[in-house]
Design a protein around this ligand. Sequence first.
Ligand SMILES: C[S@@+](CC[C@H](N)C(=O)[O-])C[C@H]1O[C@@H](n2cnc3c(N)ncnc32)[C@H](O)[C@@H]1O
Length: 166
Amino acid sequence: MGFHHVPVLLAEVLTYLAPRQGGRYMDGTVGGAGHSAAILKEAGAQAHLIGFDQDPRALAAAEQRLQPYGGQVTLVHENFRRLRQVAEQLDVVGKVDGILLDLGVSSHQLDEVDRGFMYRMDAPLDMRMNPQGALTAAQIVNTYPSPSRNPMEPSMVSVETVFFPN
Ligand SMILES: C[S@@+](CC[C@H](N)C(=O)[O-])C[C@H]1O[C@@H](n2cnc3c(N)ncnc32)[C@H](O)[C@@H]1O
């Protein structure tokens, strides 16, 4: 199954990002590159887009989708938390017109059994967006200390505490 899907809130993203001709944009969650392709189309032949994804399969899909834009695209296999460092390496600090973050998982990640995100079918619990990462969800659930028999309980308690204090 591919990463290709209809990007969410595309019209809204283009309205608020308002890509300008020849602008430079960063997509911190490039995924299947639906948003990125639309930004590049709107910003014209002199525009440049830097796309991040921590999932190499997403990057491969983005590379294919953005092939028509050739040298206008730089794809980076990174977590977007390193956006600043990458911007420094590429010498674009203060020279970016807009940044998009479409946060969450992609339907591809949810649908592929071997990614370990789904509970519709039996598969090892993994949930790493970056398969090169060391820690799987199975390791967290099965080895992290818990005061109760339910290993998920500490996280539920802390979410509750954040949203419903007192
Ligand atoms: C909802 S999809 C993005 C879809 C994309 N906007 C499109 O139009 O196809 C989210 C993507 O962000 C990536 N992602 C999630 N958190 C990330 C992070 N912290 N750093 C880099 N990529 C991340 C996921 O691997 C996934 O490919």
